[in-house]
Design a protein around this ligand. Structure first.
Ligand code: FMN
Length: 176
C-alpha cells in the first residue's frame, strides 16, 4: 500500500470485530514507532501493548463511558513516557509530546496498511490504568490506541469534516 492510500484509508472506526494480532503484526507496529524521528533521536515514547483476553477484559474498566465500543478491542496500546526532560527542551519548546505524536502517527499508518483499525483515544482513566499496571505515577499516559478490524459489512461511518486548506495553510507568509 502506498503511503497516500494509507493516509486516505486510515479512519478512527468504532465498529470493530475481533482479529488475531500476531507477533509479526506486533513487531511491525513496534518498528513503525521505533523508526519514527525525534529531537536528538531521544525517542521519549514507551508503549504497553495489551493483547491477552484476560488483560483486555481487565482494561474495560479504564475506559470512559462514551468509549464502550472499545470493549471489542483485539489489542490496546497504552502510550506513555516519563517526563519532558526525556526529550529536547529548547527555551519554551518542549518536544516530548510532539515526538510521541509522530511515533503514534506512524503506527496508525502501519496498522492501516496491515488492514487494521488503530483508533487513538483520550477517554480513559490514567489512575485506573496505573492501578492495574506497573506504570509509575511520574510516567504520563498520553493516549490509548484501540486496535481491531472494521467489518466489511459494517456501514461506513462518514469521515468527520475537515477544515478547509484555507483555514490552516499559508503560503510564503502568515496572513490573519
Ligand atoms: C488524541 C486523540 C484523542 C481521541 N479520543 C477519542 C475518544 O476518546 N473516543 C473516540 O471515540 N475517538 C477519539 N479520537 C478519534 C477522533 O475523534 C477522530 O480521529 C476524529 O474524529 C477524526 O476522524 P477520523 O480519524 O476517522 O478521520 C481521538 C483522536 C485523537 C487523535
Amino acid at each position: 500500500m502506498k503511503v497516500q492510500e494509507a493516509i486516505e484509508k486510515r479512519r478512527a472506526y468504532s465498529i470493530l470485530e475481533n482479529t488475531e494480532i500476531t507477533d509479526e503484526i506486533l513487531d511491525k507496529l513496534t518498528k513503525a514507532a521505533q523508526l519514527s524521528p525525534s529531537c536528538y533521536n531521544n525517542q521519549p515514547w514507551r508503549i504497553l501493548f495489551i493483547r491477552s483476553k484476560e488483560r483486555l477484559a481487565e482494561f474495560k474498566q479504564v475506559l470512559t463511558k462514551g468509549n464502550d465500543w472499545a470493549f471489542a478491542a483485539s489489542m490496546i496500546a497504552v502510550v506513555f513516557f516519563t517526563k519532558k526532560e526525556d526529550d529536547c527542551v529548547i527555551h519554551d519548546r518542549k518536544y516530548y509530546l510532539f515526538d510521541t505524536g509522530i511515533a503514534v502517527g506512524q503506527m496508525l499508518l502501519q496498522a492501516t496498511e496491515l488492514g487494521l483499525v488503530a483508533h487513538p483515544i483520550a477517554g480513559y482513566s490514567p489512575q485506573k490504568i496505573r492501578k492495574i499496571t506497573n506504570i509509575p505515577e511520574d510516567y504520563k499516559i498520553i493516549a490509548m490506541i484501540i486496535f481491531g478490524k472494521h467489518p466489511q459489512k459494517a456501514e461506513e461511518e462518514a469521515r468527520p469534516p475537515r477544515k478547509d486548506f484555507s483555514e490552516f495553510r499559508y503560503l510564503e507568509d502568515y496572513k490573519k
